[in-house]
Design a protein around this ligand. Structure first.
Ligand SMILES: [Zn+2]
Length: 461
């Protein structure tokens, strides 16, 4: 029986690598070391049915990211629940030549993962007590032996990919167990490794244990051999990679919120105050346009930092003539910009934009609402910017019929203005600076049906 990984659990590895824009393999590794765990954690916490407590454990050149529920239990932060197990959510690192071990084998740290997967009679769990300082319940990990039953095919392929790592020291590789319940027994498993980046071509290989059982697995297996023959693949043989600092990865279990806007600056103009005032969310801010705008794109990244948000930009046409875009193209772009996972809140443009007139704002709103309705994006709540400019007769202001209006506190207001003037660099007399509203307004929906109904009404006005 083949089980495909549900979309909400999928991580776009190829896209992640592309977004790294890393000029060299070491730079890419630094990027992946930082961002893979963030992606894993985000999808994990969004789909876990219990509070997560992500801890990082270093071992040799590998780092293990684990959910230590028992840590929360010990602190009394959650009720004791014996059904919820401590478990690994991802392992990454670079292979190192180590002393030979039995069965000819693999680097330290790596071996532990391998043994989990190839059906050996291993008694020890993934970790041993001293290696983790007793932070996790080791006995729980040893239950992972169950995973081995009936998965020898996948074990072989795993072994093979692993052998590649062993034969090419310094190969960056990762493993991600994925769970469908609260036990420590993964339902799926992903394994990836990085090869021949400098020569281009596909370099992040991903597989999951279910697909490896299918016929398709054979071709993956073969391509793995081809990789072995690729003389460029060991471009960085023997080099030790240094781990990137991990100050960004904490046990961040904040709910996720996203802002989907047409342009860099819309996020600050229309909801910058709300973002600044609500650090309890993990913010992701995406724009449909201007990814290649050499002026605004770097400024947007600076703004992301100031907002403690992460984000991404796309590059849809944004010409002054505002040629309508096919709505499918806008929707596809949004889906690509929004990683798998469910959001607590998504904020986007209003159906008629915020002023007269920018078509991209309207297309953005329509797309997000339709994607929510079709289930392509998952959020508990959707808020739409609620502003109008009286058909250009005044600067945008909060609509009379807004569901929510917030007058920004002094400190927040000053910071919002600073982002517009100092970071985006709009002059004091510019439309943007003059328009920057101190009062922010939203229409708020907790069901797609309600949003569809009301935006339809709004569009008729
Ligand atoms: Zn805009």
């Amino acid at each position: 029986m083949t089980q495909i990984l549900p979309p909400r659990l999928v991580i776009g590895y190829v896209r992640l690598r592309r977004s790294a824009k890393a000029p060299t393999t070491p730079a890419l590794i630094v990027y992946l070391r930082k961002h893979l765990p963030i992606k894993w954690q985000r999808v994990y916490t969004a789909t876990a049915t219990h509070a997560a407590n992500i801890v990082r454990i270093e071992r040799g050149t590998f780092e293990y990211y684990c959910d230590s529920y028992s840590g929360l239990e010990e602190l009394g932060e959650v009720a004791f629940d014996q059904r919820v197990r401590d478990r690994v959510i991802g392992v990454l690192g670079t292979s190192t030549p180590m002393r030979r071990r039995r069965r000819g084998s693999f680097p330290d740290g790596w071996l532990e993962v391998a043994e989990e997967l190839d059906g050996s009679n291993r008694d020890k769990g993934l970790f041993n007590a001293h290696s983790i300082g007793g932070a996790l319940d080791v006995n729980v990990f040893s239950q992972n032996r169950n995973l081995n039953r009936g998965v020898s095919e996948q074990g072989k392929i795993y072994r093979q990919m692993e052998r590649y790592c062993y034969e090419h020291p310094g190969t960056f590789c990762f493993s991600r167990p994925i769970y469908a319940d609260t036990t420590s027994i993964p339902r799926w498993l992903e394994f990836g490794l990085l090869t021949s980046f400098l020569q281009g071509g596909e370099d992040v290989k991903r597989s999951d244990c279910q697909s490896l059982k299918s016929k398709a697995s054979q071709s993956r297996c073969n391509s793995m051999r081809e990789y072995n023959d690729n003389r460029h693949a060991d471009a960085f043989r023997g080099k030790q990679m240094t781990a990137a600092p991990h100050n960004q990865l904490t046990s961040d279990t904040r709910p996720m919120a996203a802002v989907v806007v047409a342009h860099p600056d819309d996020e600050t103009l229309w909801c910058g105050g709300y973002i600044l005032a609500h650090p309890e969310f993990l913010w992701r801010i995406v724009t449909l346009c201007r990814a290649t705008d050499s002026d605004r794109a770097p400024k947007f990244r600076q703004v992301l930092q100031a907002l403690s948000a992460e984000g991404e930009m796309a590059d849809l046409d944004d010409g002054t003539d505002q040629v309508p875009l096919p709505i499918e193209q806008v929707q596809q772009t949004i889906v690509q910009l929004m990683p798998a996972g469910s959001y607590n809140l998504i904020i986007t443009h209003g159906p008629k934009g915020e002023y007269t007139r920018h078509r991209r704002h309207e297309e953005c709103c329509q797309s997000v609402v339709e994607l929510w309705q079709s289930g392509s994006i998952d959020t508990n709540r959707l808020w739409l910017f609620a502003y109008e400019d009286g058909g250009k007769s005044y600067l945008p202001r909060v609509r009379e019929d807004a569901d929510r209006r917030d007058v920004l506190a002094e400190k927040i207001w000053i910071e919002k203005c600073r982002l517009i003037t100092d970071v985006y660099g709009y002059g004091a007399d510019s439309w943007e600076t003059r328009s920057t509203p101190r009062e922010e307004g939203f229409w708020c929906f907790d069901s797609a049906q309600a949003a569809v109904k009301r935006t339809a009404l709004w569009e008729q006005q």
